[in-house]
Design a protein. Sequence first.
Length: 148
Amino acid sequence: MIYALITLGVFVLMEGITWCTHKYVMHGFGWFLHEDHHEPGYPHVFEKNDAFFIVFAIPSMLLFLFGTYTEYTFLFFIGLGILMYGIAYFLIHDVLIHQRFKWFKRTNNWYLKALRKAHKVHHKNMGKEDSQCFGMLFVPIKYFKEYI
């Protein structure tokens, strides 16, 4: 039970870490990697922005490694929480919102519609400065009001 709570807690915590990383790293000193993500109609399968997946995957992999070195420890479940958030982020951000894969072209789900709208607001500003809505799974309540 405690391991499930650790995994869930890390999953929730990752939203805050992602928000901070997006606002202060991606729209800060890491803009050179994130900038192509804000270009309309970016024609390539991969973006420089995809490097951030690696940045988040490395701690997860290391936690899996050290969390199973002799037996399963809480480190494994921290890594699992990061991995689960990464999967959710991929499905929401790359598949649903940006349609990099044409798996879920249409949805009538109010929650997913609100996430898409908030992300569109984020991309409305093409530059490094003055963006908003840096979260992914938890966005301001105002985006949900028109769909509920």
